[in-house]
Design a protein around this ligand. Structure first.
Ligand code: C2O
Length: 550
């Protein structure tokens, strides 16, 4: 493969949305950030230079980082953040993946404006396993806050209350016309020609919401998710959680009215307390053979496509069950069939007591918290990977992360009593090449909520999902071990469970967390340590010399 060099300068830029001009953190002054393009097998070298006051690190979300864990990027997990005036070179090779991923800041809530696409093209001469598109287009879904997101989350963590929600969703950084102080000129415009096939690379980089996506009067074909090919299927509506990416084929109409326009719209699927927002962001699909100034073409059709209601869990269950691996000889689904270790994790919201007998602004004077098996994960003050590699774990983390919840979980739809959390930095240690089965059970303690769990360093296979309680006797019989979808992020259904499998063949420290940023801030996160294997090519190499210090 080739080597692709990039330079990311973290710097401020003034941006105006919803009549509000703010200075925001960007890469190279671009919002959304620049595209990173590589072919499968290429080496990617990105020099990140921090010119701002905030500490920062960048995560290459979904890149497997085989034996390159030092380049993964989550702050205090694989590295200390890059401080003001410092730089760090991320160096990794893309192995066995092709499709769409994204990069984003991985500290506090900085990913709200520091994010951009990763486009992985097939190896030279290797075609897509679907029709060759006429053009490829990236649609980045995000969020805009009129206020300062850093102030919003730090205040929420101090008071124990839920943080303010964003003021708009965005498509390629733009909200579309349906917000206060926004108009049709605030919409991203996609110009298409009739009778062609477009590959749409859809990325949910929003902080806090699963999103429904649809294009009025058009059907799309899903062909890829999280940089793995899937069995193609047609749909009018997509569900995409934060942290997920999906490639779609859009076949444009053969004889539309000249200059006709259709709305592309996104709206949230409810993801829990404090984050609900029922607003619609939109972009414009415009048929034209020549690009004309926007003013001359209006008014045209600006009716949003119908989208499911914010609590339509039945739609979501049906949609997610359609996703299947391609599972061909060329693109096999290497599902672990024999399992070495099984884990059962409850994930959900809860509360922790207010410090010093004070009164906090969460439920009944408590603080909001979120946890996995009632452990609300605290970020350490030094990076876990360094502590592990240099054998200085003492006082940084413990290896007693619970394999099962501390109480017999029973989902009844009403809050159980056992919502306490312990605040700690606990990890699970896995031997090299352990095959893992992990059942994630949503507790829905605070009402309807969904948790898109993201695993760093690996893809997992989604072998089963269901509503209510997971049944360890009846449910495994129904697991799909033939063509389960392979992903890096998957929503634990609201009031339900999901079972995933992965082979721990990548030595390092790997973060796993809810990709809803507020849930992660509340502690819905944990880490796996995968030990070195015996052979030289099964070991994590030492860190690069410029690895940031805490
Ligand atoms: Cu995209 Cu740890 O995150």
């Amino acid at each position: 493969g080739a080597t692709r060099h990039y330079k990311f300068d973290i710097k401020l830029k003034n941006v105006t949305r919803l009549c509000k001009t703010k200075s925001i953190l960007t890469v190279n002054g671009e919002f959304p950030g620049p595209r990173l393009v590589a072919r499968e097998g290429d080496q990617v070298v990105v020099k990140v230079v921090n010119h701002v006051k905030n500490n920062v690190s960048i995560h290459w979300h979904g890149v497997k980082q085989i034996r390159s864990g030092w380049a993964d990027g989550p702050s205090y997990i694989t590295q200390c953040p890059i401080q003001t005036g410092q730089s760090y070179v991320y160096n990794f090779t893309i192995v066995g993946q092709r499709g769409t991923l994204f990069w984003h800041a991985h500290i506090s809530w900085l990913r709200v404006s520091i994010y951009g696409p990763i486009i992985i093209l097939p190896k030279p001469g290797v075609p897509y396993p679907f029709e060759k598109p006429y053009k490829e287009v990236t649609l980045l879904l995000g969020e805009w806050f009129n206020g300062d997101p850093e102030a919003i989350i730090s205040q929420a963590l101090q008071t124990g209350a839920a943080p303010n929600i964003s003021d708009a969703f965005t498509i390629n950084g733009l909200p579309g016309p349906f917000y206060n102080c926004s108009s049709i000129s605030d919409a991203y415009q996609l110009n298409v020609q009739p009778g062609k096939t477009y590959l749409l690379r859809l990325i949910n980089a929003a902080l806090n919401d699963d999103l429904f996506f649809s294009i009025a009067n058009h059907t799309v074909t899903v062909v890829e998710s999280d940089a793995t090919y899937v069995k193609p299927f047609h749909t009018n509506i997509i569900l995409i959680t934060p942290g997920q990416t999906t490639n779609l084929l859009l076949r444009t109409k053969t004889s539309p009215y000249p200059n006709s326009t259709f709305l592309i719209a996104i709206r949230p699927y409810n993801t829990g307390l404090g984050t609900f927002d029922n607003t619609t962001a939109s972009a414009i699909l415009h048929y034209s053979t020549t690009v004309q100034p926007l003013g001359r073409r209006l008014p045209f059709l600006i009716i949003p496509p119908p989208l499911p209601s914010f609590n339509d869990t039945a739609f979501v269950a049906n949609y997610t069950s359609k996703l299947r691996s391609l599972a061909t000889n060329q693109y096999p689904a290497n599902v672990p069939l024999y399992i070495d270790r099984r884990f059962y994790f409850t994930v959900g919201l809860g509360t922790s007591p207010c410090p010093n007998n004070g009164s906090c602004q969460g439920p009944n004077g408590t603080k909001f918290a979120a946890s996995v098996n009632n452990v609300s994960f605290e970020l350490p003050s030094t990076a876990l990977l360094q502590a592990y590699f240099f054998r200085r774990s003492e006082g940084v983390y413990t290896t007693d992360f619970p394999v099962n919840p501390p109480f017999a979980f029973n989902y009844t739809g009403t809050p159980p009593n056992d919502t306490f959390v312990v605040n700690a930095t606990k990890v699970v240690v896995l031997k090299y090449n352990t095959s893992v089965e992990l059942v994630l059970q949503d507790t829905s303690i605070q009402g309807i909520e969904s948790h898109p769990l993201h695993l760093h360093g690996f893809n997992f296979f989604v072998v089963g999902q269901g509503t209510g309680n997971y049944d360890p006797v009846k449910d495994p019989v129904k697991f799909n071990l033939r063509d389960p979808v392979e992903r890096n992020t998957f929503g634990v259904p609201s009031g339900g469970w999901v079972a995933v499998r992965f082979l721990a063949d990548n030595p390092g420290v790997w973060f796993m967390h809810c990709h809803i940023e507020v849930h992660m801030s509340w502690g819905l996160r944990m880490a796996w340590i995968v030990l070195d294997g015996d052979l030289p090519n099964q070991k994590l190499p030492p860190p690069p010399l410029d690895l940031p210090k805490c």
